[in-house]
Design a protein around this ligand. Structure first.
Ligand code: ZN
Length: 96
């Protein structure tokens, strides 16, 4: 396996990264973010972002990790998920 050159921790929950991970567009691709940089995070963490915010909300305000983490519902999720294994993935987290 090639050495990872990216951050080894999830920018959302700060836990170690483990599969499944995804590349998250802070600016949604459908809102003009297709060619913008992505960040690697847990799939479950990205699912939470998409469950809490619409793509329009992400484009208009929640396009930084700091702002996303400040949201009450996301803060609760971070607390909850921080007690799970990095590999934990709950497929029941629904997309908006
Ligand atoms: Zn995470």
């Amino acid at each position: 396996m090639a050495e990872m050159t990216e951050l080894n921790n999830c920018p959302l929950c700060n836990r170690e990264l483990a599969e499944p991970t995804v590349r998250h567009h802070l600016l949604p691709p459908s809102k003009g973010g297709r060619d913008t940089p992505t960040i690697v995070m847990h799939k479950i963490c990205q699912n939470k972002v998409h469950a809490v915010f619409t793509e329009t909300e992400q484009k208009n305000y929640y396009h930084t990790i700091e702002r996303i983490r400040e949201h009450e519902e996301v803060a609760k999720f971070i607390k909850w998920v921080s007690r799970k294994d990095p590999e934990f993935y709950d497929g029941s987290v629904k997309k908006k």
